[in-house]
Design a protein around this ligand. Structure first.
Ligand code: PMP
Length: 321
């Protein structure tokens, strides 16, 4: 779908996958005026195809658009774009356990000019690709590296938007994490407060069953996190969203008040955090109780997504009808 200042949203169409022609001075290539979403389509046992909380993705894309000075894409166009894509060939959506069709809606500034101002011509696309199970042979705990040298986003920056620039700034710290033998990087706010991983949110598990997740205006508000915390509340867990310092985690792990932690996001759903490595300390969570909780919440959430568990919150939207 295209957008122009004069014409609004127009020209919706589905076309075969292939290269996009862009003017070399298209604003997105120079000033990174772009946003995206990541979601999945799930095949249920009866063959029908569903997606999970798409109105939340649509709303988040609208918040990202506002921050990146891009036009607002109405939720109806967003949802319709997913349906149209599935309508081309619903057989795309795989049916093996834990597989899905990954959906990537994105919007970028395609107007050709070299001044720094919001573009007056924008394009919105959705691409899709079948995705295999994230884990093979059971969910594996992740190890994370604490980045103290680099921040992902700053106060008043674009941290809460799903925009490429945030990911560009996370590539080097992510490589640093890999050099230290870790799979993910953890970012802090002001060198003190927990934010999130490169592509997942974080939740700490306290001994009394309380779940605590970092509150910050510079992290991505994960839809998986929101859903997992809702399921935990339904089970009677206390859930807190507040500022959490890295010292609270370190001291809580040492005293036994914090029994574990997990990470959550659309791709892996939920995965226990086995180890946090920093320059000058390390936290190891053997945390059987916390891992069990993470895995049972994961089972419930994937159960809802794949239609095995009742969708009591009305989170699913059908895409193939
Ligand atoms: N934080 C970041 C930086 C992410 O890229 C993602 C993945 N979209 C998340 C958190 C988790 O968000 P969600 O649960 O909506 O996938």
């Amino acid at each position: 779908v295209c957008w122009s200042e004069k014409g609004g949203w127009h020209r919706p169409r589905v076309s075969p996958y292939g290269p996009i022609a862009l003017d070399p001075s298209a604003a997105v290539l120079h000033y990174a005026q772009e946003i995206f979403e990541g979601m999945k389509a799930y095949r249920h046992a009866d063959g029908s195809v569903w997606t999970f909380r798409p109105y939340e993705n649509a709303a988040r894309m609208q918040r990202s658009a506002a921050r990146l000075a891009l036009p607002e894409l109405p939720s109806e166009i967003f949802i319709e774009s997913l349906k149209q894509l599935i309508a081309v060939d619903a057989d795309w959506v795989p049916s093996a356990p834990e597989t899905s069709l990954y959906l990537r809606p994105f919007m970028f500034a395609k107007e050709a000019f070299l001044g720094v101002r919001p573009a007056k011509k924008v394009a919105y696309y959705v691409i899709a690709s079948p995705a295999g199970a994230y884990f093979h042979g059971g969910v594996q705990p992740v190890s994370i590296w604490l980045s103290t040298k680099y921040a992902r986003a700053g106060k008043g920056g674009t941290g809460a938007a799903k925009t490429g620039g945030n990911y560009a700034s996370s590539l080097l710290p992510q490589a640093e994490a890999a050099e230290h033998g870790c799979q993910q990087v953890l970012f802090l706010d002001e060198g003190t407060y927990l934010e999130e991983l490169g592509g997942m949110n974080v939740v700490l598990v306290y001994r009394d069953g309380t779940l605590v997740t970092p509150e910050s205006d510079s992290i991505l508000e994960g839809i998986t996190r929101d859903s997992v915390l809702q399921l935990a509340r339904d089970r009677g867990h206390a859930v807190e969203s507040r500022r959490v310092t890295i010292d609270e985690w370190r001291e809580g792990a040492a005293s036994g008040d914090i029994v574990g932690a997990f990470a959550c996001g659309t791709a892996a759903v939920i995965t226990p955090i086995g180890r946090l490595l920093a320059e000058d300390f390390e936290i190891v969570h053997a945390g059987d109780a916390a891992s069990e909780l993470a895995l049972s919440l994961r089972e419930e959430l994937t159960g809802i997504q794949y239609g095995r568990v009742e969708d009591r919150h009305g989170w699913l939207t059908r895409l193939d009808a």
